[in-house]
Design a binder for this molecule. Sequence first.
Ligand SMILES: *Cc1c(COP(=O)(O)O)cnc(C)c1O
Length: 363
Amino acid sequence: MLTKSVYNFNPGPAALPREVLEQARDELLDFAGTGMSVMEISHRSVEYERLNDESRERIRRLLGVPAGYEVLYLQGGASLQFAMVPLNLLVPGKVADYVSTGSWSNKAIKEARTVGEVRIAASTEQDGYRRVPDVGEIRPGPDAAYVHLTSNETIGGVQFHDFPDTGSVPLVADMSSDFMSRPVDVSKFALIYAGAQKNVGPAGVTIVIVREDIARESPKHLPAMLRYDTFLKSRSLYNTPPVFAIYMVNLVLQWIERQGGLEAVEKLNRRKADMLYGAIDRSGGFYRGLAERESRSTVNITFAVHDPALEKQFLKEAEQQGFVGLPGHREVGHVRVSAYNAVSEESCKALVEFMEDFQRRYG
Ligand SMILES: *Cc1c(COP(=O)(O)O)cnc(C)c1O
């Protein structure tokens, strides 16, 4: 079979490991010896229950999730978590502290405001969202219900490389675009959420890692589907889960295990990012990184070409040469290289060669 060969730098949904896609293809008609695809069997079957438990156990193992936390599968994307977090955690008389670092955190803030009182605990708007705040700049108020931050701003390309200590105030993080791209000390957080479609699978499932004591406190007036305790009590089997997406996530988790776990994946991601930032920094201003150095993201590398007309030409030629997904988000423009887990070092190397060649021809 002939397949078009491209370098996939899509921001999300994004590249999946080729061997995972091949395995899914091979198993499509017969999942776990059932003679049916995973999409055609009951989510109450032994085979599906095993997948449900096994895959959540893999997340626990890979991330080192401590006792007292539960891994949940939800739907509605990270965007539903923008609402579910305040609905469940923002109790009357308290204020939600949010860290504003760009597009995604601001969407979370906007949604939280529909639920209750929000305070901006720290913001880098003054700096054009070119950095994340120092962790010392993030100080929750005494009446804080929780502190919310976005570990990686997918659009701006800024990332937290350490996390604040918020004491007894629960720390909540949207990790949609760097989930499972590096090890994380889960014990620092009360709740972590991530849509799967950047680093760990297709769209359709949202992974939530939550402290059980917090999940159990869901206010009683909330509808069942909007409460964390519903999914806690049912082991994420309250209603029909997105079975195919979860099946794919499990395959990607096994692939991460084969790579050597999150330390190995982080090393690879760092090598890829260093390669790309190296090309930007060596270009003498031909390419200009959009994020400040200390806040640079390892998974979304953003830059501009010094001249707008040349930038257009850059994106056009890149597309012709098979580099997919490079135009920056419509909110910020320029160039964004999304180099998530499944993007190979070879793809990044090919892009660096293209960047250098382009500069030689137009610089
Ligand atoms: C992609 C993304 C989202 C949105 O996810 P959906 O699953 O489309 O709702 C939210 N936050 C961050 C950081 C993202 O990268």
